[in-house]
Design a protein around this ligand. Structure first.
Ligand code: NAD
Length: 485
């Protein structure tokens, strides 16, 4: 059984205790990963601090860009191995894992270019005063990520942080830690100096809490649930450090009578079935105008009936959920919803011997869901689409905003003015008009409003997120040179 050690100061470090890593398609243990505790986090933060003070903070953007490009090339060279590992660790269909690997490489390429364009501003507030701003790295950043898109999210948060000149300690999720460790190795091989990136797998309450409360961490970047986000922010408040929080969602599609069904239906289906709905931006609520409700639900149900479920390695439409715990959570939501709403399709475990051992759940549509129902408001994190109807645009906005989340929204209409009106009104970080694609587009800033988070990842914005602004004011003493003028 492979033992996956922590990566601290450029070396593989064993731990006394290990965590079993399960294949969600079979529930079989296929590796064991280090269970880091506070002492390992201490070592990792101190290695990051020392790498920052001794070398990384003095590197030029061009030097860091070169290493980021080499990391991107290293990811590309290991494309097949990384995709297979991601599918084994998370259960997702192999073609989705290939996309994740490609997007991870794109992050390093993008920030290699972007950091060379990062600049401050200059001011001449008085005749003899030249002032300018410098974007400086924070120093040591702590990164905590979830299990659903481990490689992609690790790259999304590490690439801008490293390119901006920070040193990083990454705590991957206990349920899917392997590609984070592989990324650490690839970065070392690409020339990233020891200590600049450290990876400390472990449980959230142990390694995660030790990282968020560490007094020598200067910035915390957290991606995960709203509940843990609150704990991370509380820890950050105690040390007065900044946070980036990328949290959950309950994102709606708003479908108006003049929508293009041919275009919308496959994208709505994809948005709730990609990685079996375990996606922060999953389009988990369908708010549809009452005049087109019946025709759309019928069409969606016929698409759902054709979806292929199976092990990620066979590249189905849906793989298993990540764990028995996550499947039990989804089934509990479905049990309650079956009594309160109308079950259109799915609602339980897929039938067949091949689904006996893995953590599978049927793709499900629930109709006549209202704000009074739990499934309307809470993030289920499974392949469950909740359908509600509206009669006016105002009703649609009210329904959309009934949950405390504000991550993404899809708007489906042929009328540009209506689309624009909705885009301006909705309190969400991303509005997709006649499309729904949060996963690609490394250059697009991505963040949540309200309970979906604080700050922005992706795009040029994220480089600013991983730097702080210093103002330098210089007295130029030129007054004597222009005497009399
Ligand atoms: P989670 O919040 O349970 O765990 C996320 C990470 O936090 C894990 O690494 C975990 O070990 C760690 N953690 C847990 N308790 C901790 C603590 N007390 N202190 C420090 N760290 C701790 O989330 P999850 O179940 O892994 O992932 C699913 C959630 O992530 C969903 O809510 C989903 O919407 C969200 N998510 C958001 C985005 C985004 O970009 N907005 C992207 C992916 C996932």
């Amino acid at each position: 059984m492979p033992l996956e050690m922590a990566l601290i100061d450029g070396k593989r470090v064993p731990t006394k205790q290990w965590i079993d890593v399960l294949d969600p398609a079979t529930a079989a243990v296929f590796a064991r990963v280090a269970r880091c505790g506070p002492a390992h986090v201490e070592e990792a933060v101190s290695a990051a601090r020392s790498a920052y003070e001794k070398s990384w903070r003095f590197t030029t953007p061009a030097e860091r860009a070169r290493i980021c490009r080499d990391i991107a090339r290293g990811i590309g060279a290991e494309r097949a191995r990384l995709a297979a590992l991601e599918t084994r660790d998370t259960g997702k269909p192999i073609s989705q894992s290939f996309t994740d690997v490609d997007v991870a490489a794109r992050y390093f390429e993008f920030y290699a270019g972007a950091v060379e364009a990062l600049s401050g501003e200059s001011f001449l507030p008085e005749r003899d005063l030249l002032a300018f701003t410098i974007r400086e790295p924070y120093g040591v950043c702590g990164h905590i990520i979830p299990w659903n898109y481990p490689l992609q999210v690790a790259a999304r948060t590490l690439a801008p942080a490293l390119a901006a000149g920070n040193c990083c300690v990454l705590k991957p999720a206990e349920d899917a830690p392997l590609t984070s460790l592989a990324l650490g190795e690839i970065a070392l091989a690409a020339g990233l100096p020891a200590g600049v990136l450290n990876v400390v797998p472990g449980y959230g309450e142990e390694a995660g809490a030790a990282l968020t409360s560490h007094p020598d961490v200067d910035h915390l970047a957290f991606t995960g649930s709203r509940e843990v986000g609150e704990a991370v922010m509380t820890a950050a408040a105690r040390n007065i450090v900044t946070v980036t929080l990328e949290l959950g969602g309950k994102s709606p599609h708003i479908v108006l009578p003049d929508f293009d069904a041919e275009r919308a239906v496959p994208l709505i289906v994809g948005s709730i079935t990609e990685h079996a709905g375990q996606n922060c931006s999953a389009g988990s609520r369908l708010l549809v105008h009452e005049s087109v409700h019946q025709e759309l639900v019928t069409e969606l149900a016929s698409h759902f009936a054709r979806l292929r479920i199976g092990p990620g390695s066979t590249d189905p439409d849906l793989g298993p959920l990540i764990s028995a715990k996550q499947r039990a959570r989804v089934l509990e939501y479905l049990d309650q919803a079956r009594r309160e709403c109308v079950l259109v399709t799915g609602g339980g475990l897929p039938k067949g011997d091949e689904f006996e051992t893995g953590f599978y759940v049927e793709p499900t549509i629930l109709d006549q869901v209202t704000p009074a129902h739990r499934v309307f408001n809470e993030e289920i994190f499974g392949p469950v689409l909740c359908v509600s109807t509206f009669a006016s645009l105002e009703d649609a906005v009210e329904l959309a905003e009934h949950t405390s989340y504000g991550l993404s929204a899809g708007v489906w209409t042929s009328d540009v003015s209506t689309a624009h009106w909705l885009a301006r009104r909705l309190r969400v970080g991303q509005v997709f008009i006649n499309n729904y694609s949060a996963a690609g587009g490394v250059e697009l800033p991505f963040g949540g409003y309200r309970s979906s988070g604080i700050g922005v990842e992706k795009g040029f914005e994220a480089l600013r997120e991983y730097t702080r602004c210093k103002t330098v004011a210089l007295h130029t003493g030129t007054r004597h040179l222009s005497r009399g003028k």
